[in-house]
Design a protein around this ligand. Structure first.
Ligand code: SF4
Length: 740
């Protein structure tokens, strides 16, 4: 510290890449943010969003006090007033209609927040509703389902070992814009280029030409939504050519014959028409994949947000297994996170109960967000009457968003915890301001489980609370106390002690834990860190695989050790973990889960289809955009219009669209008018709009975003789902496009 200037280091919480930031402050004002060159994982890399935490902190539109809606206008309120309003309106609904009358929506920022990861569950447990919805059914549930069915636990997700692979086959991902997802790696572009620099190959399958496809060794155009046809074609060739070799895991894998039988009809010739990739190319890709010394198949958003999302996600790991690349360096590997706790062998299933209106199965104790509007609008017993949103903006990010927006207007009561008065929270009766990133501690529980290298990095809060606002975990505890009937004045410190003691109690009772049979009181007393998420983190680190085991492994990880390492601790490259890490009841990989094999018949009907002549709509990512919620930062949205409709020149000609003119896009769900950009970066027959825009609704307080509102592409997306995962179908939407 000199002249009141200090430098702090922390992990960027904005996306999954977990880059290290160097933050320079002067008298509690952020002066500069740049990449932390000494960060053990990111080595100085950041994207344009990383430095904007400074602008987010200073944004005058960011909420700093609770708001209560009175006569249609959101007015500032004191915290106690806000909780009094919540208690007086929420409790009677629970008492009269039961907890299922209250739905909860968990937005994506929760997985980037210690409080979100650790305390949402306390709130949900206190509420005991079945009406839980989240951003997971917008873009990633297929991976959880396929991983759960194959490996026994929905979080046991293999990630591409991109730092050691010789061949990467990537579908539906654009890490040059998104920085990677379900595969945490700062500087994906640099790591991808390193594959080719060491003589390897990167093949990207995408209906669009992107910065990622242009950087790759090869780009394969594919018809949107047909990834499983191509993937099945590859599986078919591996069997037909005798190239199947699961290697070291051969004795730990079951279901090979069922996969062979399921793949039999999907010959390259049979799938070529449907997916738009010719048969010879499919054969060559399969043979290259099998021949590579190390190879990995990785699929992301484009494969998951489609009609056959779970099938596609499953086939990705089938291919990794059949080629002997599952769980080996350079293949698809399972991270060992520093806070990982033992998993039981109960296995994974879905559909333990179903949704009221459409009978959709629960998946991971959630219902598809695509059905939330119907659960609110359809009359009858069990109707959702109240919604609590914890971050997120489903009015922009969920399918059939016009209907959802209308449904929110029908609620009896709505509460939101959020940084902004946005398109969703404008419907709330009470809005509680979330804690901005620099004012809260940070540890990436979720993304260390998905990282391509084992690392641990703790970031203390570097600014104190503003206006003495409570931390988010205290807000969540108070909400939990209210819904549980303990009242808004409950003793939160005692409540938190009880929550922490319960965590310890479960651990000492678990025969697989590192502290089995130890004294809970002794562990409670020995834990360091402030009450709330910090001491829970200390406990989870110390009982995790690298932890000090509360004295049994001196020198092991503790919160104190992470505090002393502001650039993070490198725990090494990923190591093989199977079969011992499997959580299936029989301890083997189930390559052919019955519910997945049963779904193949649905795909078979697509074999002969080459589309019905409709244009189809796909989404796209932008490096300067983060889903729906960073469009109020001038530094990110200035410059050229980003929310444009990409159209191939041949389609533009045929439809009479002028470059720079406007087009009306109409689907079965709705319509939007968007500026046209004619580009051969997109396949003929496909058009693209980015998601997260549409900041033109009344009642929001996003003054910068409102000047460049863009259009909400989810107004065009019907409320359809992938039946196995409940994931929204956001890609491959049939549309009509006309000039306006
Ligand atoms: S890539 Fe993601 S984690 Fe890294 S600086 Fe950008 S937003 Fe932050």
């Amino acid at each position: 510290v000199t002249d009141g200037t200090r430098t702090e280091y922390r992990t960027c919480p904005l996306c999954e890449a977990t880059c290290g930031l160097e933050v320079t402050l002067h008298a509690d004002e952020v002066v500069r943010i740049r990449g932390d060159r000494d960060d053990v994982f990111s080595r100085g890399f950041i994207c344009p969003k990383g430095s904007t935490l400074k602008h987010l902190e200073a944004d005058p539109d960011r909420l700093r006090t609770p708001l209560i809606r009175r006569n249609g206008v959101h007015e500032p309120a004191a915290w106690d007033e806000a909780f009094q309003e919540i208690e007086s309106r929420l409790r009677p609904i629970i008492e009269q209609h039961g907890p299922d009358a209250v739905a909860v929506y968990l937005g994506n920022p929760n997985v980037h927040s210690m409080s979100g990861v650790l305390y949402n569950r306390v709130f949900l447990k206190a509420l005991r509703t079945r009406n839980i919805y989240s951003a997971s059914t917008i873009d990633q549930m297929p991976k959880h389902v396929s991983a759960g069915l194959m490996f026994g636990h929905p979080d046991l997700i293999p990630v591409p070992d991109i730092d050691r692979t010789g061949y990467l086959l990537m579908l539906g991902a654009n890490p040059y814009e998104s920085n990677g997802s379900l595969a945490t790696a700062p500087d994906w572009p640099g790591r991808m280029e390193a594959i080719m620099e060491r003589g390897g190959t990167v093949v990207v399958v995408d209906p669009r030409s992107t910065r990622t496809t242009r950087a790759a060794s090869e780009h394969v155009f594919i018809r949107p939504g047909t990834d499983p046809l191509l993937l099945f074609g590859l599986v078919n060739v591996l069997f037909a050519d005798g190239l199947v070799d699961p290697g070291r895991l051969a004795d730990s894998v079951e279901g090979l014959d069922a996969v062979r039988a399921a793949a039999a009809p999907f010959t390259p010739e049979a799938v070529a028409n449907g997916c738009g990739v010719d048969a010879d190319r499919i054969r060559r890709l399969a043979r290259d994949l099998a021949a590579a010394d190390t190879a990995v198949v990785y699929g992301r958003i484009g494969t998951h947000t489609a009609e056959f999302g779970t099938l596609a996600s499953w086939l990705v790991d089938v291919l990794n297994t059949l080629t002997g690349n599952l769980d080996r360096p350079g293949g698809a590997m399972f991270p060992r996170a520093a806070t990982e706790q033992p998993r039981d062998r109960r296995g994974f299933r879905t559909g333990r109960y179903t949704s009221r209106v459409h009978g959709l199965p629960e998946v991971r104790s959630e219902f598809p967000v695509a059905t939330l509007a119907d659960e609110i609008l359809a009359p009858g017993d069990g109707r959702v009457r109240t919604l609590v949103t914890l971050a997120g903006n489903p009015v922009l990010s969920a399918p059939d968003s016009d209907t959802l927006d209308r449904a929110l207007g029908e609620l009896d009561f709505m509460v939101s915890l959020d940084l902004y008065l946005n398109e969703t929270t404008r419907r709330a009766d009470v809005i509680l301001p979330g804690t901005p990133p620099l004012r809260r501690p940070h540890y990436d529980f979720a993304f260390t489980q998905l990282a391509v290298r084992n690392v641990a990095n703790f970031s203390p809060a570097i600014l104190t609370a503003e206006h003495e606002n409570p931390d988010e975990w205290r807000i969540l505890l108070r909400l939990a106390a209210v819904v549980a009937g303990q009242g808004r004045s409950a003793d939160l410190d005692a409540f938190d002690d009880m929550v922490f003691a319960t965590l310890i109690g479960r651990s000492v009772a678990d025969p697989g834990s590192r502290v089995t049979g130890r004294s809970p009181e002794e562990l409670f007393a020995a834990t360091t860190g402030a009450p709330g998420p910090e001491r829970m983190l200390d406990f989870l680190l110390r009982t995790g695989p690298y932890g000090d085991g509360y004295g049994t492994a001196p020198g092991g990880l503790t919160l104190e050790r992470l505090r002393a390492a502001p650039h993070g601790v490198d725990l090494g490259a990923l190591e093989p973990r199977l079969p011992s890490a499997l959580a299936t009841p029989n301890g083997r990989v189930d390559l052919a889960p019955k519910v997945i094999i049963d779904d193949v018949a649905r795909l078979s009907k697509r074999l002969t289809s080459s589309g019905n002549g409709h244009l189809v709509l796909v989404g796209r990512r932008d490096l300067r955009s983060n889903n729906s919620w960073m469009h109020n930062l001038e530094v990110l949205v200035k410059g050229k219009e980003r929310c444009t409709l990409h159209v191939h020149p041949a389609d533009a000609d045929r439809l009479g669209l002028d470059p720079g003119g406007m087009a009306m896009v109409v689907s079965a769900a709705g319509s939007v008018a968007a500026p046209v950009r004619v580009t051969d970066d997109i396949m003929p027959g496909v058009v693209s709009l980015p998601h997260g825009w549409g900041h033109d609704l009344d009642g929001i307080r996003l003054n910068v975003a409102a000047t460049r509102p863009g259009v909400n592409t989810n107004r065009l997306v019907p409320a359809a789902t992938d039946p196995l995962s409940g994931n929204a179908v956001l890609n491959g939407i049939p549309v009509e496009v006309t000039p306006t």
